[in-house]
Ligand binder design. Structure first.
Ligand SMILES: [Zn+2]
Ligand SMILES: [Zn+2]
Length: 350
């Protein structure tokens, strides 16, 4: 089994060669067909998150152990199953639900394993898809692709379910009003296509990059506003054509969070997804005065990924731009992502 492993935070990934894994119990071994490179892999690579005000969250203090094979957007073909696996069989091509919890706590029992305090996420706490083989702890986390292209489907495991879950948190707002969407990177484009598939009214997108704004317009954004313009807030208000009832911040910096919060109408809601870093920029009295809801959204549940794949199978979700690269280009790809040189998504193949 050839893998590209994180052996030292910030250092180039190392190519390792280990014996192929054998599944036991409920485990399943997949031959990886496709693995998406996600922005959160950059944080993992760096080993830290910026919490603002000079504070940092160090991943080595949070149960992240090296060496680690990253990669949480993985699709592959089942090549071996454990003796207790009854629902999946060798040869099936599946998408891996990576946001696995302990299975016992309150959130796990109600199907929100993505919020578990003792997570076992694929590609974060256990080895993931930057490899030609992958072990998944239980067959229930495998969703058959039924003929869908694994390369196109891989990003649904993270950017797909993350944006789907964020959109669901806005409830009926998406059916009735255009929403404000901040960030037109891979997540933003994914969010636009899923919003369309859900029958939403559409979104006004904000981004600082002209290339990404153009990509957002191509993906169906109602308007694309330059976040660095002095009158960005006025342009957003004009493009929405009314109060902002729902906003999704896919960046998560103090600047984007203020832009979203300031745009909100009384009783409006913003969903925070991005992990760029920094401290909350809102004056506290404005939260009650606006009766604003600020909800964090972290990935999505297994049930949400199933719902999303059903939408995709119906053909309702057009693909986002995907660049294919060989897995040997993993380090270079992470560097390109850091430098903002990637529009859409990179999916690697062994
Ligand atoms: Zn991700
Ligand atoms: Zn749990």
């Amino acid at each position: 089994m050839k893998s590209y492993q994180l052996v030292d935070f910030g250092a180039p990934l190392r190519e390792t060669d280990l014996p192929n894994p054998q599944p036991s119990g409920h485990e399943v071994v997949l031959a990886v067909r496709a693995v998406g490179v996600c922005h959160s892999d950059l944080h993992l690579w760096d080993g830290e998150y910026d919490l603002g005000a000079g504070k940092r969250l160090m991943l080595r203090d949070r149960g992240i152990k090296l060496p680690l094979t990253m990669g949480h957007e993985t699709a592959g073909e089942i090549v071996a199953i454990g003796v207790d696996v009854k629902d999946r069989k060798v040869g099936e091509v599946c998408l891996v639900y990576p946001w696995i919890g302990c299975g016992h706590c309150r959130v796990c029992r109600i199907g929100l394993e993505n919020l578990c305090m003792n997570p076992r996420c694929v590609g974060i706490h256990c080895d993931g898809g930057y490899s030609d083989h992958l072990v998944v702890a239980h067959s229930k986390y495998l969703l058959p692709l039924d003929g869908l292209d694994p390369v196109a489907a891989a990003p649904f495991a993270c950017s797909g379910v993350t944006t789907y879950s964020a959109l669901k948190k806005l409830g009926s707002i998406i059916d009735e009003e255009p929403v404000l969407l901040i960030g037109a990177g891979g997540l933003g484009l994914m969010c636009l296509t899923i919003l369309k598939a859900m029958g939403g009214k559409g979104a006004v997108v904000v981004d600082i990059s002209a290339d990404r704004r153009a990509a957002a317009l191509k993906a169906g954004a109602l308007a694309a506003v330059d976040a660095s313009a002095a009158d960005a807030a006025e342009q957003v208000a004009a493009a929405l054509g009314g109060p902002c009832w729902g906003a999704i911040d896919l960046v998560g910096s103090p600047a984007t969070a203020s832009l979203a919060f300031n745009a909100l109408a009384k009783g409006g809601k913003m969903v925070m997804v991005g992990l760029f870093g920094g401290a909350a920029p809102w004056p506290l009295p404005l939260i009650p005065m606006k009766a604003a809801s600020i909800e964090g959204s972290y990935t999505g549940s297994l049930a949400e990924l199933k719902e999303l794949l059903d939408l995709v199978r119906k053909g309702a979700v057009p693909g986002i731009p995907i660049a294919r690269r060989p897995m040997s280009a993993a380090t270079e790809t992470l560097e390109d992502l850091r430098q903002g040189r990637i529009v859409g998504r990179v999916v690697m193949t062994p």
